[in-house]
Design a protein around this ligand. Sequence first.
Ligand code: SF4
Ligand code: SF4
Length: 109
Amino acid sequence: MGYFEMSKLALKWALTKPPTTRYPFEPRQPIAGSRGQIVFTKDNCVYCTVCAKKCPTGALVVNRAEKKWVIDRLRCINCGYCAEICPKKSLTMVEGHGSPAVTRDREFH
Ligand code: SF4
Ligand code: SF4
């Protein structure tokens, strides 16, 4: 490729909006039809442990005695099953993406 053609190409890309986004600095837009993410509402929860027993990936741990509900976001595949079966509607799927999880830290409630 000659110098002129290369300069033309470089100029074109310098003036064109990139096809990618600067995630995580720019929030990701929800994709139409995507499931979203699980949100836990502590007020209704009776710590029955049903969600933890049925979660296909073992992302949830519920401790009835200590009234603790814990999710490992890196394990969760956002299938929404726990939200479907929760008898108290403490779990819901909401549109959008959460903050990116970069460690195995769990979310305690
Ligand atoms: S199934 Fe619902 S009520 Fe039962 S522990 Fe899970 S979130 Fe709480
Ligand atoms: S959405 Fe699916 S994978 Fe995530 S916690 Fe609920 S049941 Fe488990």
